[in-house]
Design a protein around this ligand. Structure first.
Ligand SMILES: *Cc1c(COP(=O)(O)O)cnc(C)c1O
Length: 428
């Protein structure tokens, strides 16, 4: 079959109505699904037949949206989760248990950092954080015999480090573990991590994919490329019998679908972090314009980044789409069509000036959120990364004066005028 373009997948992916069915993806607002014999239902519980039975595990609306994201990423299987946090957690927990270890880039979202260093630790899973720009030898040194995955973000939130995919994929595969990449900021419009060696992709769909700040959600996509059976002893959860399904072995029964099948059948069954069909419907409406919105975010952000970098009060600007940025060349390689709409910058004078500036913005609103249609700002040191001390902030790539500016898709002249008047107030 001819491979469809990204825009076509955004609009039509995941749902093909048959004769007389709803043209728009219906919201299957039903917890449960009907069968005619007890035997039919029993086969579903044994994973011998596929079909819907309870929306904690699977729901047709959620599955259609997962299939669309799966096609956008070029994967073999995907599942929606209740949030990006749930996606990150399940992606790791599907491979790890007490006594295991993961290696992660240190420049990751604050929530993921808490999950990894505080909560996973309570479950007996240890993490080693590495500088994403460390040499291959330094990265390799972080691995242990019990390391089960390498994790990083395509474009780190909020520091905007561009991942060196080839280096990370090489080190992961040399150690026989999958590379898991959080592709939230780039979206598959600008970067498809599987093409650069990532094995599993996670998303906070709450951000650009939804795009309108309506619904919290997440997604996990599997490339199907990692050979679990080749690393049998390392991944017993996938390669040895699951007693909770009469001794079924995921990697034998489901082949390339093993990872997602296990995450759905076992983790979603037991942990219940599913997305609601209502939220999946809203996410789908967002996805229908993702290919139009993302380029506009990037174009506006580039104009704003240029304006900031030529402003005398601005101390520094991180925007990998800007020539001269530390990551410009790497961004050109991995995401030549654009990066994202988020810019990180600091003002001369430091933390106090940065906070005063944000308070004076009118069109740009102070919100926790990032990456939606409306321009917004956040001061990570005071907000998302509040738990970290200054030393930990630097390690996470978050300078104490860093303003995270999420450039929206309003008219860029209005965004610039707002920044200009706020700047005038602070430095008058
Ligand atoms: C927001 C975010 C998350 C967490 O997602 P939620 O939907 O808020 O749970 C994870 N990773 C990145 C890069 C994010 O920006």
């Amino acid at each position: 079959m001819r491979k469809r373009g990204t825009g076509t997948i955004c609009i039509q992916g995941g749902y093909q109505p048959k004769k007389g069915e709803a043209r728009v993806l219906p919201i299957y607002q039903s917890t449960t699904f009907k069968y005619e014999t007890s035997e039919q239902m029993a086969r579903l519980f044994d994973l011998e037949d596929s079909g819907y039975f309870y929306s904690r595990l699977q729901n047709p609306t959620c599955d259609a949206v997962a299939a669309k994201i799966c096609e956008l990423e070029g994967g073999v299987g995907a599942m929606l989760t209740s949030s990006g946090q749930a996606a990150s957690f399940l992606a790791i927990f599907n491979l790890c248990g007490a006594g295991d270890h993961i290696v992660s880039s240190s420049t990751i979202y604050g929530g993921t950092s808490n999950l990894f260093t505080v909560t996973l630790k309570k479950l007996g899973i240890e993490v080693t954080l590495v500088d994403p720009d460390a040499s291959e030898e330094e990265l390799a040194a972080a691995f242990r015999p019990n390391t089960k995955a390498l994790f990083a973000e395509t474009l780190s939130n909020p520091s905007l480090v561009v991942l060196d995919f080839e280096k990370f994929a090489r080190v992961a595969h040399e150690h026989g573990v999958p590379l898991i990449v959080d592709n939230t900021f780039a979206t598959p419009i600008n970067c498809r991590p599987f093409e650069w060696g990532a094995d599993i992709v996670t998303h906070s769909t709450t951000k650009y994919m939804d795009g309108h700040a309506m619904a919290v959600g997440g997604c996990i996509v599997d490339s199907g490329n990692f050979d679990w059976m080749a690393h049998r002893e390392k991944y017993p959860g996938l390669t040895t019998p699951d007693d909770s399904y009469h001794g079924l072995v995921y990697a034998e029964s489901f082949g390339k679908m093993a990872y997602i099948m296990k995450a759905v059948a076992q983790l979603m069954r037991d942990l219940g972090t599913c997305q609601s069909p209502q939220n999946a419907f809203l996410l789908n409406v967002g996805l229908e314009t993702l290919h139009l919105r993302v380029p506009r975010h990037c174009e506006n952000a580039r104009r704003v980044a240029e304006w900031l970098s030529s402003n005398p009060h601005v101390a520094w600007v991180n925007y990998p789409g800007l020539p001269g940025d530390k990551y410009f060349e790497r961004a050109q390689k991995y995401m030549p069509n654009g990066t994202c709409g988020v810019i990180a910058f600091g003002l001369k004078g430091g933390r106090e000036q940065s906070i005063a500036f944000m308070d004076k913005l009118g069109l740009g609103a102070i919100v926790t959120h990032v990456a939606d249609a409306r321009t917004s700002v956040l001061h990570p040191a005071s907000h998302t990364h509040r738990q970290l001390n200054d030393e930990q902030l630097i390690e996470a790539g978050v300078r104490p004066d860093l303003i995270r500016l999420s450039v929206g898709i309003e008219d860029v002249e209005d965004i610039l005028a707002d920044l200009e008047q706020a700047m005038a107030h602070v430095y008058e």
